[in-house]
Design a protein around this ligand. Structure first.
Ligand code: SF4
Length: 199
């Protein structure tokens, strides 16, 4: 855990810098929970370990709300049929606020920026299509960020893609460099379902 925290500290130094660089495009604010309301949230056992520290510090009422959310999400997942991916609101989200913010996962920390992944097109965050980050320069029909819009708004800094894809951040290359092990990985709800703290 100590080395994972060292990595998080290093990562957050970069992430904060990236959000600051891209500030003309960023609409993230307290109470906006689009990225926590519908997803499958890739997580690892190491990240869940940190969530558990946050969970242990909450009052009993809040813990009970989270446990109920987890149970309901597990039930909904069992009922889910068809080929579509099961998505859900994060069980830690209460009144549009993360109840374990300081202890959140990697995906929670990087969402909202454009990311790049080797061999793939840069990825614009989905909230751009919902009037949030980068929507001020997005042309939805062309599915592109437009330089003309940027110029019209007098924005000088270009939209930039960062190497912050979850697959990279949660890779062995990263964990080995910092000397920790992520453990098992999977959708958050599956990891919670197999952890006795939440069952
Ligand atoms: S842990 Fe917090 S930040 Fe991450 S998805 Fe859940 S509510 Fe959102």
């Amino acid at each position: 855990m100590k080395n994972y925290l060292k990595f998080l500290n290093y990562l957050m130094g970069n992430i904060d810098k990236y959000f600051a660089e891209q500030s003309p495009y960023i609409k993230c604010k307290m109470g906006c929970a689009k990225c926590c309301s519908n997803g499958d949230y890739p997580f690892s056992e190491m990240e869940v370990k940190l969530l558990k520290i946050g969970f242990s510090q909450l009052d009993n009422d809040t813990k009970n709300i989270i446990l109920k959310n987890i149970r309901e999400t597990i039930d909904a997942k069992k009922q889910h049929t068809g080929e579509t991916r099961f998505t859900y609101a994060c069980p830690f989200l209460i009144n549009n606020v993360c109840s374990v913010y300081e202890f959140r996962g990697l995906i929670c920390r990087t969402f909202g920026l454009i990311y790049s992944k080797e061999g793939e097109k840069m990825k614009i965050p989905f909230c751009a299509y919902e009037g949030l980050n980068y929507s001020n320069v997005l042309d939805k029909e062309k599915d592109m960020l437009m330089e003309e819009k940027m110029k019209a708004l007098g924005i000088e800094v270009e939209p930039k893609a960062y190497n912050i894809h979850y697959d990279f951040l949660s890779s062995e290359r990263v964990s080995k460099a910092f000397g920790f092990d992520y453990g098992k990985r999977g959708p958050l709800i599956d990891l919670l379902a197999s952890d006795k703290t939440f069952m």
